[in-house]
Design a protein around this ligand. Structure first.
Ligand code: ZN
Ligand code: ZN
Length: 163
C-alpha cells in the first residue's frame, strides 16, 4: 500500500488522510484458512512533525473461516489500531514494515504484519464446541453416538500399552 507523502514532507504539520482497501484474499495460518472476501480497510493519517512522520490509523477486516473442531463456518473481524513514528530524515524505521522511496511511503509490510499477528490462533464456532466423533464423524454438538472413543484417543493409548 503506497502513499504519496510529498505534500506532507513539504509542509510541516500537514496531514494526509488514508482510506484505502488492501486485498488479502485467502490466508493460511496454522492449518486454518481465512478468507477475506472484501478488501481489508485501512483508515488513518500521516502527519509530519519536524522530520518525523506520525502514522496513526486503523485496520478493519472481516474473514470467513471454519471451526477448528467441527468444521462449521465461522466468521470474524480483525480490528487493529496502529500508531507508528518514522524518522524520514535519518531513515530510522522498521524496514520490514515500511519502505520510503523519495516521496512514496509503502506501508504494505506494516498492514501485512498487523493482519497476520491478529489472526486467531484458535477458532471455535462456540466456546464449548465438542467437535466431531473421531470414529463415526458425527457432530457431537448435535448427536450422541455410541462409539467408544477412549480406545482410539492417543492420550489413552499410552496408558493402554503399559497394561
Ligand atoms: Zn465447532
Ligand atoms: Zn461416533
Amino acid at each position: 500500500m503506497k502513499l504519496n507523502i510529498g505534500p506532507v514532507l513539504k509542509n510541516e504539520g500537514s496531514a494526509l488522510n488514508i482510506d484505502s482497501g488492501v486485498d488479502f484474499g485467502r490466508l493460511d495460518y496454522l492449518g486454518a484458512g481465512f478468507d477475506f472476501r472484501e478488501p481489508v480497510r485501512v483508515t488513518g493519517r500521516v502527519r509530519s512533525i519536524g522530520g518525523t512522520l506520525e502514522l496513526k490509523g486503523r485496520i478493519d477486516g472481516h474473514y470467513f473461516s471454519s471451526c477448528d473442531l467441527c468444521g462449521k463456518p465461522v466468521e470474524g473481524d480483525i480490528s487493529v489500531d496502529f500508531d507508528e513514528t518514522l524518522n524520514s530524515e535519518t531513515e530510522d524505521y522498521d524496514s520490514e514494515c515500511f519502505s520510503l522511496n523519495g516521496t512514496v511511503l509503502d506501508i504494505s509490510g506494516l498492514i501485512n504484519s498487523l493482519v497476520w499477528e491478529n489472526l486467531p490462533m484458535r477458532l471455535l464456532c462456540r466456546e464449548d464446541c465438542k467437535g466431531l466423533c473421531g470414529i463415526c464423524g458425527c457432530d457431537l454438538n448435535e448427536t450422541v453416538c455410541n462409539c467408544d472413543r477412549t480406545v482410539y484417543d492417543p492420550r489413552f493409548a499410552i496408558f493402554n500399552k503399559g497394561r
